[in-house]
Design a protein. Sequence first.
Lengths: 246, 255
Amino acid sequence: MTYLHNIGSYFLMIAEMFRKPTKWTVMKQLILKDIDDLIIGSLGIVAFIAFFVGGVVTIQTALNITNPLIPKYLVGFATRQSIVLEFAPTFISIIMAGKVGSFITSSIGTMRVTEQIDALEVMGINSLNYLVFPKFISLMLYPFVISIAMFLGIIGGMAACVYGGFSSLEDYIIGIQTEFIPFHIVYAFIKTFVFAFILATIPSFHGYYMKGGALEVGKASTTSFVWTSVVIILLNYFLTQMLLST
Amino acid sequence: MIEVKDLHKSFGEAHILKGITTSFEKGKTNLIIGQSGSGKTVFLKCLLGLFDYEKGAIEYDGKIFSKLSDDEKRNLRAKIGMVFQGSALFDSMTIAENVMFPLRMFTKHSKSEMQDRVDFALQRVNLEGAHNKMPSEASGGMQKRVAIARAIVNNPKYLFCDEPNSGLDPKTAIVIDNLIQEITDEYQITTVINSHDMNSVMEIGEKIVFLKDGLKAWEGSNKTIFKTDNEVVTDFVYSSNLFKKVREMYLKDYK
């Protein structure tokens, strides 16, 4: 029953988020601040992880291709497919569930504990629109982060491939161009938009409806990370099934 | 003026407010007092519309709050100032930005007009020069004064304070009490204060509503509370040794 109640509350929260909009002059600043906190602030860690995981994917692929009949350019092909289809949209989203998700839950949860949300409500402000809507809008720039992750993942793979001596630069470049299907990029970005929505709303839900004190803020952040990850993994499965299987 | 008629509020099985009827007058500091768990905070949150209630009515100047449209509620709330127990200042904003917040949300003033109002409000609470500090850099007393400045900056008709003295030393508490009373007199606001501080009762209790177990046990003022023979009230008022001794001395002199 609790799960059903929470699911219902989650969808009501989303509906409420679009009602009674905050003054545009104020909202504009909130959106810019959230873009800085959630998007710009995540670029460093995303770039670092993407570059090195791209390298590791390439090394693993190269080490597992032992048959001399398999062409060397397949290393580049496998790296591109892994990064574009799964690593960048899904794996980075799980990392963002930890970084951005726990930031959202703890900042909104702290506002709940310290009565700042009550202060907004008393003033007649729709606190869900004021707090969650700017996060939702700023995370619509999330595909930009994922594009960078895709690019740096492939570059990381190239660096590992060439400097590790697994194949030549030419082979790697031929590999990443082989059998390129543009819809795979569309598929990856559809997933990214869905995950951006999840990243903005599930952590906000856990922060907004938390009860208790400082200890519960920590617990809510953990719960939010778990649920955001679970929902991302489940939706990843269903979206892949719907969009790629013919 | 705020009138409350037969207010009932429950949480599940727990019946917290059991039919409170009272009124809070304009231009007066109205205190809601009572022991912890008597329903004071729930009552205040019902008055503010933060909690729905099952039965009864709350009227703001003759208008029943629950029957107002969303826009009317929003307009009414723009006229309410609130000082929370923990001040509830926005951590991410400076003190000046906190005070300016209601003006940015509800008025169409130019930036310089808003700045003038903020300067005035901060000067009114004796916080000139604190504009650029963050709330975390301010003491508890300063934070309370910023919260009062934020509550009065948009000329409210109603001012609510939840335990404005909690966590403050007695001297600062008196400063805050006097400030609230001065502002109430000056702007003829309807002020409702939730407190269990007997100093506040003595200093600014122009009207006092005493709650016990979700019911109104007594109503009066700081002039009549020490003369009442209502046992529930005397138990509460004379629970501290200081007040017990003052009473004994008074009775001795009286005899």
